[in-house]
Design a protein. Sequence first.
Length: 253
Amino acid sequence: MVELIKIESIKEFILDINKQFLKKVDIFASIDSTNTYLLNSAKKNPISGHICLAEEQTAGRGRQGRVWYSPKHSNIYCSLLWCFRDAMADIANLSLAVAVMVSRALRHYTLDVQLKWPNDIFIQGRKVAGILLERAGFAVVIGVGVNLYLPETLTQSWMGLNEIISVSRNELTGLLINELLAGVSCYEKSGFDSFYQEWQQQDFLVGKKISLQLPKNIVSGVVQGVNEQGELILQMEDGAREFFRCGEVNIIK
């Protein structure tokens, strides 16, 4: 039975204290991309606390321009437009904070969630959710995709939550929006500090040997976690520690 996303059902799971940040919700049966929609809205009339949801994305995308699998009525496709008070606000580690927010929503189901730098959410060693941040001036669009149902052809590296637990789309969407609204408001006040400890507790990469694809070269080493600025700490082969703000991680097995 198909469970359609409904605003009335979603709001049941958003705390009253966080509803003050929710200014507008648009739900589409089909759209190219929830992020693209809010980026266009930001150029015309940016509304902080504007949420876009969709039953289907025809051009969903993830980091590095990758396609985000977005079939009808199957998963959660959610974007939030947030207008930071300071147009020059440092949001370099916002993606890590958002990963913690998504984890908080999933942990309502007592799931063992792990976080892979910079912003992937893992359960049982497979990716269950991803994040895409895009900036338009002082506005930031935070896109979150959560997999509930996936075909077997995609489940080697990815996971749909339905494999391990039965989840209501409306309930999880409401819990997710609740955490995003509360979390981004908190981040605006105190930055990554409020999320750093949780990230450390759920860090998927600590102790793993990785290669890190940088814009001009590839480096490798053993992950020592992240620092308070959200930078990846990598112990190189010569024992030196280096810090990275961006890059594409591949685990060396």
